[in-house]
Design a protein around this ligand. Structure first.
Ligand SMILES: [Zn+2]
Length: 375
């Protein structure tokens, strides 16, 4: 099913292209094409594109669409979209209009979206295109206003009396069960429902700018209790003893690059943390963690080769991150995790290193009793 997108002459081709590019980023039965702008000369008898003091009558614009469809011999099933910054007749009478459709012709206004889309106006325009396609496929008629929700409920078929209600609709990215059932009854296919729902997710994601917002939000404090438990937002994060020793060690040495050789160098500090958490005096797990052992002469010897160590440390890091994720979700886990990266030393050997970066939003509060145990 093709969707041809054109515009009235005053719209820049790049604007139309941006909308079409966005719409083509989701694959499915709907395929979008940019079409040359409408020619003033061809439609002079129906619409005066130059005179902004006169409304464009909706019926005339629809006639323009029909004549263009004829001259290009578009398939009856294909959609034809005209983007315009011109005012339609009812806009002159103080009524808001955002878009209209009549069968497979769709008209979308391009102005007034800036503050509702963080200047990503192409998202609102693309959303209007998809909304009209969905309504047309649902069998709604242009003339009668049935099938819409007069009171906004965050459904694609909310009537929307103003831009704020459209913004609400954009941010919910939802189609209610009643409206879906109606569309299904009218023969909409699984592929089309799937493609349309992916558009709604795409638009919502683009507008939420969720990551940049999260990047500015406060992060809950990480508490280390007297017993060495990790508590965030009053919830215990269950991390196994040896991994927790590493996490607390990293918290106490923030910004420090923690290679395995550095950990070995600070062996006693690391071991004391482990002992305080595990309530033990046996450092076998610490040795295993560092890949070392003690020979008959009482000397530490390396028992694990470097490549295996790197793999082991990756697993440790992932286990810690998963523990946070299970309790606090992906976003906080991303902030609270220990970073792992490969560092090349002077012999060109690659070694995995941990780091818990300095992050002014992330604070640790370590119980004084715990601190006394590890000193
Ligand atoms: Zn609905």
């Amino acid at each position: 099913m093709n969707v041809y997108v054109t515009s009235t002459p005053e719209i820049s081709t790049s604007k139309t292209t941006k909308v079409v590019e966005l719409l083509n980023s989701i694959k499915g039965p709907l395929n979008f094409f940019v079409v040359d702008k409408l020619s003033k000369a061809n439609h002079r008898n129906l619409v005066d594109f130059d005179d902004n003091t006169l409304p464009i009558f909706f019926d005339n614009l629809n006639k323009v669409a029909e004549s263009e469809r004829d001259s290009f011999s578009y398939n009856h099933d294909d959609f034809y979209v005209i983007l315009t910054s011109k005012k339609l007749d009812n806009a002159f009478y103080g009524k808001n209009w955002f878009s209209y459709f009549n069968q497979r012709n769709i008209f979308v206004r391009t102005y007034g979206w800036e503050i509702h889309t963080r200047r990503k106006t192409h998202i609102a325009i693309a959303h209007q295109v998809i909304e009209n396609i969905f309504q047309s496929l649902s069998g709604y008629k242009f003339e009668d206003y049935t099938g819409y929700h007069d009171r906004p409920q965050g459904c694609l078929n909310d009537f929307c009396h103003n831009e704020y209600e459209i913004e609400f609709k954009l941010r919910t990215g939802h189609i209610c069960k009643t409206c879906l059932d109606y569309a299904v009854k009218n023969g909409i296919t699984i592929e089309l429902v799937g493609q349309i729902s992916r558009y709604l997710n795409l638009f919502r994601g683009e507008l939420l700018d969720i990551q940049s917002t999260i990047d500015e939000m406060p992060v809950p404090k990480v508490m280390i209790t007297e017993k060495g438990k990790v508590i965030v937002s009053n919830k215990e994060i269950r991390i196994k003893h040896i991994n927790r020793a590493l996490y607390i060690f990293a918290a106490l040495n923030r910004g420090e690059v923690l290679s395995l050789s550095y950990l070995k160098y600070r062996y006693d500090d690391f071991k004391n943390i482990y002992f305080a958490i595990k309530k033990t005096g046996n450092d076998k797990a610490v040795k295993t963690f560092m890949g070392i052992d003690v020979n008959a002469q009482g000397e530490r010897v390396v028992v694990r080769e470097l490549s295996k160590s790197n793999k082991y440390l990756t697993d440790v890091r992932n286990e810690i991150k998963t523990s946070f994720k299970n309790v606090l979700g992906d976003e906080l886990a991303e902030i609270l995790k220990i970073g792992l990266f490969d560092k090349q030393d002077y012999t060109n050997t690659s070694q995995s290193c941990f780091i818990l970066p300095e992050n002014p939003r992330l604070e640790f509060e370590i119980d004084q009793g715990f601190m006394e145990m590890i000193e």
